[in-house]
Design a binder for this molecule. Structure first.
Ligand code: FAD
Length: 322
């Protein structure tokens, strides 16, 4: 542990669209933000080649380039971006309290406000062929990437509400959608199952898992296996969507911040306030509903504005009590 403890106004944890947008706003408000990037500088978008739906890029942009541009914009106003992983936090419950954060099990920071933008990690099946073709037709986001497979045949893996919703979303764009469900039934709500079953171009395959994703550079097909009979079947597809859930990156906040039963941070009403005054949450870490770059950026902006207003209130009450 280092002996010197740095005291700052605003700490941003995470360097995805939420973190960088919070940084732009916080820096312009003179909060002199310091950001720690975590293990994935730039966040989830660095794993995708084409972002077509972020406003302001008429020709689309590749994810890594977009994130470098966001970093440059945040740095232009004075954000200090540091490589490092927050490994522990100690959040004071008092208004105006100082929040203690440890980086890489070594550096201690004391921050008047903390903006958490640690995102969520999409779960994958873990097959080598799936990993090889990520970005080459394997995606964990139908809303983001479905459009690229317009008029083509695709498959989706999953059985919950998100999988069912994404299957019907894809069915509107693609010619045929094969849905692989590991059990003999779906977990999705009855209403969502009804929608899937009443969509003529979705074929649900129960007791079915991915045996291998076929293709060298891009997805060309799928070998499926029936987990009851062991029978294997190949189909031709160009896109495979994995919809088996996300894990919010909130382990270090357990026991300190309110979370729902799946680990997403809970924020107050329409704000980004957590249950601890001075600690705010933005982006996918507090949003299991939309999970888009633009919504993450929107809540990043809100978090910086909430942090600025919080500091103004604390400073005013300090002046009154002085
Ligand atoms: C393959 C794929 C394609 C996508 N395509 C699109 C698209 O085309 N359009 C779109 O709008 N959305 C797309 N999305 C969704 C989009 O990427 C996310 O909604 C968005 O990135 C969420 O932003 P975020 O800032 O909340 O978090 P993330 O982007 O998840 O970033 C989280 C950040 O937190 C950091 N972090 C985590 N833990 C710690 C820690 N302990 N200490 C420090 N830092 C930490 C990580 O290193 C990372 O920098 C896609 C997602 C995927 C997976």
């Amino acid at each position: 542990m280092s002996d010197t403890i740095e005291r700052i106004k605003c700490l941003i944890i995470g360097s995805g669209p939420a973190g960088y947008t919070a940084a732009i706003y916080a820096a312009r408000a003179d909060l002199k933000p310091i950001m720690y990037t975590g293990m994935e500088p730039g966040g989830q978008l660095t794993t995708t080649t084409e972002v077509d739906n972020f406003p302001g890029y008429p020709e689309g942009i590749d994810g890594p380039t977009m994130m470098v541009q966001l970093q440059q914009q945040a740095e232009r106003f004075g954000t200090e971006v540091r490589i490092g992983m927050v490994t522990a936090v100690d959040f004071s419950k008092e208004v105006g309290g100082i929040h203690k954060v440890t980086v890489d099990n070594a550096t201690q920071i004391e921050a008047e406000t903390v903006i958490i933008s640690t995102g969520a990690t999409a779960k994958y099946l873990g097959l080598p062929s799936e990993q090889k073709l990520r970005g080459g037709g394997v995606s964990a986001c139908a809303v983001c990437d479905g459009f690229f497979y317009k008029g083509q045949d695709v498959a989706i893996v999953g059985a919950g509400d998100t999988a069912a919703e994404e299957a019907t979303y894809l069915a509107n764009i693609c010619t045929n959608v094969t849905m692989l469900v590991r059990k003999d039934h779906m977990r999705a709500s009855k209403a969502m199952q009804h929608r899937v079953n009443n969509t003529s171009n979705i074929k649900v395959m129960y007791n079915t898992e991915v045996d291998e994703v076929l293709g060298d550079q891009v997805v060309e097909g799928l070998r499926m296996v029936n987990n009851q009979t062991g029978n294997k079947e190949e189909i031709e597809i160009t896109g495979l969507f994995i919809a088996i859930g996300h894990k919010p990156n909130t382990d270090i906040f357990k026991g300190q911040l309110d979370m729902d039963d799946t680990g997403y941070l809970i924020t107050e009403g329409k704000s980004t306030k957590t249950n601890i005054p001075g600690v705010f949450a933005s982006g996918d870490v507090q949003d299991k509903e939309y999970r888009q770059a633009v919504t993450a950026a929107g809540t990043g902006c809100m978090a910086a504005l909430d942090a600025e207003r919080y500091l103004a209130t604390v400073e005013t009450s300090d002046e009154v009590s002085a």
